[in-house]
Each structure stands twice: as C-alpha cells, then as structure tokens.
Design a protein around this ligand. Sequence first.
Ligand code: SF4
Length: 449
Amino acid sequence: MDTAFFNRFFSAAPPEVDRESIWRAWQALPPAYVIEKRRPPVPVWARRGLAESGPEAWAALSATVAQTDAAKPYCIYIHLPFCASKCTFCDCYSFRLSQHVEREVDAYLARLEQEIALWSRLPGLAQRPVSTVHLGGGTPTFLGARALARLTGSLRAHFAVGAQTEWALESTSSELDAAMFDALREGGFTRLHVGVQSLEAAARHAIGRREPAAGVLDKLAQALALGWVVSVDLIYGLPSQTLVGLLGDLQTLAAAKVDGLSLYELQVSPRNRVFAERHGRTGAEARWGNYLLLQAASQKLAALGYRKTLFTHFAGARDHDVYFRFPERGEDCLALGTIADGVFGDYHYRHPEYALYQRSVSATFPGLQGGLRRTPQENQLRPLEIALLSARPAPEVFVAQLGREQAQALLEAWQAGALLEPRLAGAWALTANGSWFAGEMLAHLATGA
Ligand code: SF4
C-alpha cells in the first residue's frame, strides 16, 4: 500500500476514524506481511490433504469415539447447501434449487437421517451432551418448516440434545417471514445468524439483494423480540460499499441491539471470480481498501462496546458464540452433510461435494470423503492456533508449548508488528492487523518462517 492510497482512502473519513493509529498499525507490519497477499487461516485437511480414504476415516473415527469419555460435550454442525438463488458474489458451497425442490430436499434429508442413525450407534456418542446444533449453508431456512421439523426431530431422537443445547441456524432476512419464525420457535431455535452483508443501498443493489435495509432491520427486530440471540454477517469489500456506509451499518445494527457481528472480507474463489473481476474487486488496491475498512470497522465496534471473540467475530454481552468457539472448550464436532468437516480428538474428517455425498451415504457408511490424524507437531501447535483465532491468546498457552524464552520473543515480535497487543492483567488481544493476518501468523507458527 502506498501513502497516496492511504490518504485518498481516508480523505472523506468521519472524525471518529482514528487515522493515526491505523497508520501506525500499517507502518508496524513486518515486511513479510503483505496486505494484498493475505490469506485466511485454513483447516488442517486443506493444508496437507486427506491422508486416509472415507472407509479408513470411518474406522478411525469409530475407534476414537468409542474411547472418549461419555460425559464429554460436543457440538453438531449440519451443512444444508440449498438456496432460492445463487448470489453471484457468494463463495459458500451452496447452489440454487429450483426444480423438484421437495424431492431433492427429501432425498438429502434421507441421507442425513442415515448419517445421524449411524453416528448415534457409535458407543457413547448418543449419551454425550450436545452443546449446540448449528445449521449452516447455503440457506437452512430454505428447507421450509416441514423439512426443518423432520431434521430437528431426527436429531432429538438420536442424540442427547436437551436444555443445555443451543439451537442455531443461518438464514437470510428475506426468508424470515411469520411462518418461518413460528417454525423456528417450534423447532427450539434460539440463535439466528443473518447474512445481511451490507445495509448500503448501492452495495445491496450490486449484490442482488432486493429487500431494502428497513425490511432487514424489521426482521432483526422481530427475531430479537422473540428473545433470540441475533448475530449478523457483514462483508467488507463489496462493490459500491463505502467507509462511511460500513461505519453507518455498524452504528445502525448496534442501535438495533444485534448481539453479534461477523466481519468477512469478500473472498474471491472460482465460485465468484467472475463477479469480483467484473466489479474490480481482485487487484491490490481492492485488498488495501478492504484492509483499511477492517481497521476502521474494528475501531467502531470496540467503541460501540462489542468485544472480539474470534478473529472475525465481535460479540455483545448475550452472545456466547457457542458453535464457533467449540475448539476453545476442547469439544469435538460432529459434522454432517455435504462438504461438512468435523473433528473427534485429533482426527479430522470431511464429506464430499453434493452428488458424491448423495451416492456415498449408505446404511453402513456415512459418506465420508476421507480424514487425517494430526501429527505430533500439529498437536503441539493446536492450542496456539485455537488461542490466536479466539482473539484473546493467553501468554501461558505460548509458554506451555514453546518455552518461556521462545514464547516471549514471539509475543514481542507480534506486538512490535501490531498484530497482538497486551491488555490489563496479563491478557493479550488480537488486533485488526492480527485479524487480517491470522493465516500468516498460523503459518509462521507452523514453519517458523
Ligand atoms: S449469499 Fe447466502 S443466499 Fe446467497 S448464495 Fe450464498 S448462501 Fe445462498
């Protein structure tokens, strides 16, 4: 990034933006941390591939689950890939389902039910307490009330979901009508993640969102009035989005009393490259602008009283972010459905894409693509990785894994790079620089480079 870009970007910034501290954070970055080359953190299976086949993974997982303490909680994630239309900006694994909707949904649910039954027969798993059930996608509410009830009923019949379990799902505001609110209430859901992306009219137009901001806010208010925890996903780096507009969105959403906000950079992948290129969102300047948006938005959210609880998430007092923080609690994750990836102990596994998933699940096999066990070195780094991504890394974790001298040198280097900052009572926090470069920090831990 050059100075001219920085000055131009902030030329019309509102006075609330502390340009000086953003300038200092940028200037402090180590030379190897190049803004436009930043890559997000990736899971272990994406770093070095799946080492074992699906059947081998299932055998390994069966043995691991059987050896686990029957009182140990775990969470459940289910991927529901369907959407009413495929948004051109979206890089999620999701697709439009426009024909034979009921038949496709039923066929997918039948596979999920087979998976659920198989996993529940693993020794001890059906008795272990479930901390949260999280439905992600795609648009889980696209299933409709009948299919959602079928899915939640199957989960309740097979696993120890109870009063301690938080039921959460992702949706888009346009799907949240009165009938869907009723269906979710009957299903026991108490947490909603709404993919708002932006409230700015021009940005919403660019990404094809037809519902006006006022309609979105009305849906959020209805969900909050039900007593649910409501978290909002926003994307920064959208076409026509402005600094003033993004800060205004944060102000508006805080005034609406949303419980949490996740901030995601517009990720460019083969799924949305055409959109990103058409709108000029792939070059270095686009990434520089995104970095500065994150810096300013992080300042704003802190000023509004939200605390960072994950490198991408800011939480208010009621937001415990149960699903995203399962690694911090040392829990396992039972992931079900196409492309869903889970972990039991030190064994990670993943499911294949939709067509292969549909063909692979059977009465004796949950359709896994494959799996891998963490190496001793990956096990050693795991607590550090979890601590960093939690945004509040405790120095003791680094000392325990690296020894006092090496841990101190690393923390000092990251502090000098404005990637971490010390807080009161010995606590540390991931800065906006750290959120941007979390992937590079993890790579540094793994390779020392
Ligand atoms: S943004 Fe949401 S609704 Fe649009 S394709 Fe992606 S998951 Fe589906």
